[in-house]
Design a binder for this molecule. Sequence first.
Ligand SMILES: [Zn+2]
Length: 292
Amino acid sequence: MIKTPAILSLLSLGLLCATGAHAGEGSSCCATMASGKSVATSMTMAADKDASTCPAKPTMKDASSCASMAAGKDITIPASEIIPDTILTREAQSQLSPDAVLSILMDGNKEYIADNLTVRNNTQRVRDAALGQYPMAVVLSCLDSRVPVEDVFHRGIGDLFVARVAGNIVNEDILGSMEFACKVSGSKLIVVLGHEHCGAIRSAIQGVELGNITALLSKIQPAVQEAKSSFKGDASASNPKFVQTVCDDNVLLAVQQIRDQSPILKQMEDDGEIKIVGGIYHLESGQVELLD
Ligand SMILES: [Zn+2]
């Protein structure tokens, strides 16, 4: 039931296999990597041969070569190896406290860091979610492709609202989305998630001006000025420590903006109905570090 973040695309293959779609030559190897365990197959001899070539610890290179072999044979991942999660219901969502949701997400992040992402019964979940959604949290993330939010917290379909914009900045539309998530749809937690080595943060420090990017980066300037007011040393985009300081300040300012600019969310937080937190995603470890 284990795969690595590096072979996320293989998870899809595993799920296709699980739902009866056709995989192929070498697919037993791929499914084994996707699920972390052996798979049943109608082509036992071929499976044994393929499995013998399957590395114990798959890499991106292994995954791509395996995926390229897929074509033509049926394989099955035992149901016992697929998380039989059900879509959150209104009742289940209402019983979650903000702290419980935060614990679920942070525990999920530990599973992500430990390469313990698991095959989910996604096609069933897609059908189950068709008539409604009751996500437990809303995450405001940067646009960055290296931050796969659902995977980072090991959550699936129907679990999270995810708002993404370069630099994870807050504006009226983001606030409206958060108010919908929490006040209308019952989410219990807001996470503003910045990340290491953020290009938007670096560009804001550099004062980049280009088309609509100029207006976007202007919303990060308060964090740049905040960081400059206290940072000792080279306050430029070429200093990773300064970039990270701006990144942290940008997250903390976003959390404060949510409270200041949304009376609805502020009231919900004061009443203990929701929690608003900021965090940083570390690109090299996959860890989410909560900011105070
Ligand atoms: Zn970014």
